[in-house]
Design a protein around this ligand. Structure first.
Ligand code: OOG
Ligand code: MG
Length: 248
């Protein structure tokens, strides 16, 4: 299964939902995710961060999955701020506006909310590109976890002080100058810092640390939007600024 998903991602060719052929557990799904990402490491990709998913009601309702999930981010997925990414790399990409944390000290245990501040040294506006390897972007919780939570691309704006209050910030996704999604940072588990705490717990359960220097994506504040070639995609987060990229 890990090989099927890795190949689907590499070739940008969708596959049928794996759970329909062989049901598997959530623990199995994280084991498949790990094996699949190890194939990327064998090709020379590096782990540069982690992401949380389904941290907002908007995302859970859009995708019909109601549990927190987490996935791994590699250097191949990072798009430079203001840069380009080729549409041909994707199957059916969608963008979602996020907030990204920078990990200052390796997170190697479940943290309390109060403890999280000491592990983070910056925050930034960000956009994630998700691109499910499953046909029609349809999956169960186990399917999407095995598929590294649809992780495919992400772009991060200029780092800002982690002292900025992240509650109640307006977050917008803008495509070619038009606001296509508008949300609030409180949609992310009540406050995006909760996502750092949940990441520490979820990763620890599966023996994954979050190394110093990692990007940690908090999860989308709004639903995701399908992308088309040629579009310019921007996320604006109140008080944190903006970041954009183009699909070429
Ligand atoms: C799964 C990834 C969810 C988020 O921010 O909630 C996610 C998907 O929707 O395909 O990245
Ligand atoms: Mg996301």
């Amino acid at each position: 299964m890990a090989q099927i998903l890795d190949r689907a991602a590499k070739d940008a060719k969708p596959v049928a939902q794996l759970s329909h052929q062989h049901p598997f557990s959530e623990d199995d799904a994280y084991a498949i995710q790990k094996l699949s990402i190890e194939q990327r490491f064998e090709r020379g990709e590096k782990l540069i961060g982690l992401k949380m998913g389904f941290t907002s009601r908007a995302k859970m309702e859009q995708m019909g999955v109601h549990d927190l999930i987490w996935g791994r981010l590699t250097d191949d997925m990072l798009i430079s701020a203001g840069g380009d990414t080729p549409f041909g790399k994707y199957i059916h990409p969608r963008a979602e506006p996020e907030i990204c944390f920078r990990v200052a000290k390796t997170i190697d245990k479940p943290l309390t909310l109060e403890a999280c501040k000491a592990y983070i040294d910056a925050v930034a506006p960000a956009t994630e590109i998700i691109d499910s390897r499953y046909e029609n972007f349809k999956f169960s919780l186990e399917d999407v976890v095995a598929d590294n939570c649809s992780s495919t691309g992400f772009v991060v704006g200029e780092w800002q002080s982690p002292e900025i209050d992240l509650s109640d910030l307006k977050i917008e996704l803008i495509i070619d100058g038009e606001t296509v999604q508008s949300g609030n940072s409180n949609a992310i588990l009540g406050n995006p810092w909760e996502s750092v705490m949940e990441a520490s717990r979820c990763c620890n359960k599966y023996g994954q640390t979050i190394p110093a220097g990692s990007y940690l994506m908090a999860g989308a504040a709004t639903s995701a939007v399908y992308l088309e070639p040629g579009q310019r995609v921007r996320t604006i987060v109140e008080k944190l600024g903006e970041v954009d990229f183009s699909l070429v």
